[in-house]
Design a protein around this ligand. Structure first.
Ligand SMILES: [Zn+2]
Length: 380
């Protein structure tokens, strides 16, 4: 019922009876519970064809606050949102994740408290906390697992620490998954199956299936950066294998290649700058990286049949060169059926995708039917 009201598909008890097939008495009883939880509020009377107009109800997006954090390698975004995922207050801060969990999480807790006050909320209003980190996470426990660029974080209980402080549900996931969810939520909810590819220093992919993040057995789903690319066996990857996609098409690899070619570049942003300046070496490398990525995605398209592929990350800013390379190979190499209506688009949220996805991830969890039933049963 809450889902139907949130989505705007129902606003009266009669509509809920019609859409759910539940008895009038059951709908009335459950509506009373949602009203008591303040998740639903009266919204006045609707137009009627005669007689007393039926009461209408609306989702109360202000029935609590959500804390969201997108912790990046070098900088982080933190926000307070309402229960619809709309940002109330937001801040961005330069802080290396390599400073370790004590420094970073102490800063995060202080920032959450300041932003909550700015948004006019008390710590007790927090219904959920969503956090993204730049490394692999055991989702069930909210714990980073052997993250390569997060020294000191391996096995650290991020969720446990924040749950203890705020007494709210805490979900932690890797940055690419939350970006995928943010992009999906903001622009592609009419498409149930989506791939989101982040091309920055490395390459990662978030997989959305039936509107949810697909994490796989060990949370490693979508790790396309370490898929082997034919003909690249002379390239050594940081993972120890030869010919990984990331080692030939990632922003870090391209920066190194450009430097070898006499065009100095330290990182993926430098690569983009050279493309925008019209350096032919940079344009050629990014176009070729798009083709290598397209080759891996063509396989993924045949296997997974997504409705849309969204490309984000720093290198996606290299104008159309990256996407052109991706499109060229995906349309040539994937089956006609799988590509018949596929869309390949650039990220519209850019580096705000993560913060939105972190909020949406935890909102969907705390407003899920099971969670609502439990909250009603325990009166919390
Ligand atoms: Zn690798």
């Amino acid at each position: 019922m809450l889902r139907l009201i949130r989505d705007g598909r129902a606003s009266t008890r009669a509509e809920l009876v019609a859409l759910t097939g539940l008895a009038r008495s059951t709908v009335a009883q459950r509506m009373d519970a949602l009203l008591a939880q303040r998740l639903v509020v009266p919204a006045g009377a609707s137009a009627s064809t005669g007689g007393r107009p039926p009461k209408t109800f609306a989702f109360n997006r202000n029935a609590g606050a959500v804390l969201a954090a997108d912790l990046g390698a070098t900088h982080s975004r933190v926000a307070v949102t309402d229960l619809a995922g709309d940002v109330l207050v937001e801040t961005r801060h330069d802080l290396p994740i390599a400073d370790g969990p004590d420094t970073v999480l102490s800063w995060l807790e202080e920032t959450f408290d300041v932003l909550l006050a700015e948004a006019g909320h008390a710590p007790g209003d927090v219904r959920g906390i969503g956090v993204g980190v730049p490394g692999p996470v055991e989702f069930a426990t909210g714990t980073p697992v052997a993250p390569p660029i997060m020294p000191g974080w391996d096995g650290y209980g991020i969720a446990t620490r924040l749950e203890t402080r705020y007494g709210a549900t805490v979900l932690v996931d890797n940055d690419v998954n939350i970006m995928a969810l943010g992009e999906y939520w903001s622009g592609w909810r009419d498409t149930a199956h989506m791939l989101f590819v982040k091309v920055g220093t490395g390459i990662g992919c978030g997989v959305i299936t039936d509107g949810r993040i697909h994490r796989g057995a060990q949370g490693a789903a979508g790790d396309i950066g370490h898929i082997h690319v034919a003909g690249q066996d002379d390239v050594i990857c940081r993972c120890g294998n030869l010919g990984c996609l990331e080692a030939c098409a990632g922003g870090g690899a391209m920066a190194a290649r450009l430097t070898e070619l006499g065009v100095p570049a330290d990182n993926s942003r430098d690569v983009v700058r050279h493309v925008r300046d019209g350096r032919p070496e940079a344009m050629r490398l990014v176009r070729q990286a798009g083709r290598e990525l397209g080759g891996v995605l063509a396989t993924a398209v045949n296997f997974f049949n997504p409705g849309v592929i969204v490309i984000g990350g720093d290198i996606a800013h290299a104008d159309e060169h990256l996407l052109a390379g991706v499109r060229e190979v995906v349309y040539r190499r994937s089956t006609a059926l799988a590509t018949r209506s596929i869309r390949i688009a650039r990220s519209t949220l850019d580096d705000r995708a993560g913060i939105l996805g972190a909020a949406v991830m935890v909102i969907e969890a705390v407003l899920a039917p099971d969670a609502i039933d439990q909250a009603i049963a325990t009166g919390t």
